[in-house]
Design a protein around this ligand. Sequence first.
Ligand SMILES: [Zn+2]
Length: 498
Amino acid sequence: MLDLAFRNVEILDGTGAVAFRGDVGIQDGRIAAVVEEGALGAAHTEIDGDGACLAPGFIDTHAHDDGAFLRHPDMGFKLAQGVTSVVSGNCGFSAAPADPSVNATSASGGILAGLTGDFTDLAGYFDLVLAGKPAINNMMLVGHNTIRTLTMGMDKREPTAAELATMRGHVELAMEQGACGFSSGLIYRPGRYSLTAEVAEIAAAVAPFDGLYATHMRNEGDRLLEAVDESLSIAQDAGVHLHISHHKSAGKPNWGKVGESLAKVDAALQAGQRVTLDVYPYTAGSGRMIEYFNLDRINTAFAEVVRIAGCPAFREFEGKMVTEIAVERGISIDDVVRLILTAEKGERTICIHFIIDEADIETNLAHVDMMVGSDGIPDLRGRPHPRLFGTFPRVLSRYVRERGVLSLPEAVRRMTSLSARTFGLTERGEVREGWYADLVLFEPSTITDEASYDDPKREPTGVRAVVVNGQLALHEGQHRGVGSGAMLRYRQGMHGTR
Ligand SMILES: [Zn+2]
């Protein structure tokens, strides 16, 4: 007898093919049968889809969930969206490697919050996460900022040959233990202190594993195009696949530049280079506030589009624009920025900044190699960017159903099989017999992201069921706490016994 059966569903298999009516049976964690309607045998648990869409579970290619897997193993904010796997360790910040005697995570601000434990490498991190029975799967990148901080602190200089060798060694070990590639965050410290050649030499350490180089580029605004050139040349020199994270052109004077940036990507693809990208479907970014301001020369125009998300120093500012706080306090906008960032714990403030053009999101989503990554920062206190809870349903509601930017099968392909193939999630990302049973059942006519900037922690509606490794993890709004997530190894299945 089957463990679980979905009957009467429109199957979107993840390849981009149109949906077909059928039944899907699950046994021992795998998809046992994909058959025409009525042809499936009996199952212990039956779900009548009533014509809803059954698709591969969504894959969040840009997550910062390294710490969340320890702090929130239920991963409710992802599971509720139909996300069954994430890629963590982005923007140069990764859980592993680690030195328990050095607080290397402090450099990441809130991004790596929640990471505690005495692990030193990826295998140790995976063991620790699995002990907490995570709800969803995790694939990891190894981060440049993390290995650089461990190797040379926050030094603003080039590494010595020995330090470079140490950093490459960290990357090689992580790759041996199952990481999918190397990530950089070249706007952050200490990554921003590194020259192009350093990044290329470290990225080359993933080439023997055919892994990828994922980057939060050095510039996403005035010098976006130069940053794309740098990224392409790093990947070219290293001989690896380039993945551009959260592609955007930031700041009003730069709006529209994503078209030129994508033209550079297309030219590289034409020339035979391997390049992919991801985007989040929102006009605001979010990150650690201190990274965006120089206190000696505050950019007031930027401060005017900043909203406070999480602020341990002034909880009462959470959810407010800097401009609102200035009026309330009767001080200048610059003084609000100074007040927040110079307070005790002020450097831990996470902000949201409205810097992206709506039209650029559509240009991005129209590109065939564009995946979806939430970039959600899993700090559940305060008012996080709504992308943490809403990204995947928002693509389906706003950009498929309302705006028609891409078709439903194509959107699902970009959120499943394309991501699985690029990031090496073996036998995932398609509804296919024999593959792992990571699935989402949703109503295409009603699925909606409910999370907003004012009310960012609302779960989406229209997601009826989520299956992770064959276990029914969410059903009709109920998180079932089965903890069936796995730690994934690049192109090799999973870490540990699961
Ligand atoms: Zn980033």
